[in-house]
Design a binder for this molecule. Structure first.
Ligand code: PMP
Length: 406
């Protein structure tokens, strides 16, 4: 829970490009693009201007029933044109977790509509993060996020993230006639930056097709150039039944997310009188958020941040790998997308050094990274330079040395 009014706070006052300033005017390198979302960097006036223009024209109006607005329609068409999904239909939401709810409910509702209402089971992966709404909490691949909330989604299970065979075994254990969908991030993000083994997604995609299970790619982190393409899953050569997106679609300038659905799955619900998919939220299709997305996508295309990201991916990997020789580091994971993880080792644990200690030390030295138990996460804006990457990694090394010396 974010208690913004209690306790000591690190108050971010201003941001520009890859830089943040706190209240006292000290500057920090944003090594995480806020929470994995600020792909085009901070302070882009053209996004602010686009939102301002939209706000003065039509700030907001519902897209419930047959209502629509031009920014929502145009954004949906633009997203559909890039989506690695057959006959794509776009459902807009206000963020990642809300999109996961939508995808999970749509998967179940689809099977109910086509005469297989017993297909309700949802399978996800260890380390998978799918937001913290109801279904997201039910399918998350990290137990600590489920503890203490009582029963969540009962028809759900988690399989090891690195094994397509484990997915098939789980589908057979549950019974294929009971499984609705499989959720996977192209590269696991918040759970620690785990890229798939070569061939994993091709195999997973074949397994899902074989058993009639819907494959949902959660591209909330991996989309909008973080993996060098629009949705991250293209890189692995497969076409999911649904793609969930958020974060980078607006680079976080305003909240927006959505689900891109294969037309076959949307068919029972699309443009039907008495649409049986009773689901939706107040701010879906918010025109000002859609204007932010359009301006953000303009920047991604104009600056070709897709190609840039592929270059930064290589630079970031080579820089972060230099930390592998540090006495407190067990492993570096990097090289697929502009994201990296640095896992601390048993010696760090013995000495009582935690990833949050390193995070705090790095921040006091002017670099913001993230920390999950035992692991640092790095995911800078896609406009970071080589010198800034070197500065980031040198500062993390300095922070590791400092906490090691305590
Ligand atoms: N899916 C993934 C892969 C995510 O990383 C996140 C957020 N970190 C979500 C879903 C949830 O998005 P939100 O926080 O916008 O609800």
């Amino acid at each position: 829970m974010h208690r913004v009014t209690q306790g000591p706070k690190f108050t971010v006052a201003r941001a520009e490009g890859v830089w943040l300033w706190d209240e006292s005017g000290d500057r920090y390198l944003d090594g995480t693009a806020s929470l994995w979302y600020c792909n085009v960097g901070h302070g882009r006036k053209e996004i602010a201007d686009a939102v301002h223009r939209q706000m003065t024209e039509l700030e907001a109006y519902t897209v419930y029933g047959d209502f629509a607005n031009a920014p929502a329609i145009e954004l949906s068409e633009r997203l559909a044109a890039h989506a690695p999904v057959a006959d794509p239909r776009v459902i807009l939401t206000c963020g990642g977790g809300e999109s996961i709810e939508t995808a999970a409910k749509l998967a179940r509702r689809y099977f109910a509509a086509v005469g297989s209402p017993e297909r309700t089971h949802l399978i996800s992966r260890t380390g998978g993060y799918h937001g913290l709404h109801g279904f997201g909490t039910g399918i998350i691949g990290m137990d600590r996020f489920r503890e203490g909330f009582g029963p969540t989604v009962e028809d759900a299970s988690v399989v090891p993230h690195d094994s397509a065979a484990a997915l098939e075994a789980e589908i057979l254990r549950v019974g294929p006639e009971r499984v609705a969908a499989f959720f996977a991030e192209p590269v696991i993000g918040a759970g620690g930056v785990y890229a798939p083994e070569p061939g994993y997604f091709e195999e997973v995609s074949r397994i899902c097709r074989r058993y009639g299970v819907l494959f949902v790619a959660d591209s909330v982190i991996c989309g909008f150039a973080r993996l060098g393409d629009w949705f991250g899953i293209e890189r692995f050569g497969v076409r999911p039944d649904m793609v969930v997106f958020a974060k980078g679609v607006t680079s976080g300038y305003l909240p927006l997310g959505g689900v891109i659905v294969d037309g076959r799955i949307a068919e029972p619900f699309w443009n039907r009188p008495g649409n049986p998919f009773h689901h939706g939220t107040t701010y879906a299709g918010h025109p000002s958020c859609c204007a932010a997305a359009q301006a953000n996508m303009d920047i991604l295309e104009r600056e070709d941040l897709f190609t840039v990201a592929r270059e930064i991916e290589v630079q970031l990997e080579s820089a972060v790998r230099t930390l592998e020789d540090h006495p407190l580091v067990e492993q570096v994971r990097a090289g697929t997308g502009v994201m990296a993880a640095v896992k601390l080792n048993a010696e760090a644990a013995e000495r009582g050094v935690t990833a949050p200690d390193v995070f705090t030390e790095a921040r006091s030295r002017g670099v913001v990274v993230r920390a999950i138990p035992e692991t640092l996460l790095i995911s800078p804006p896609l406009v970071i330079t080589w010198e800034q990457i070197e500065h980031l990694v040198a500062t993390v090394r300095g922070a590791l040395d400092a906490v090691a010396a305590r």
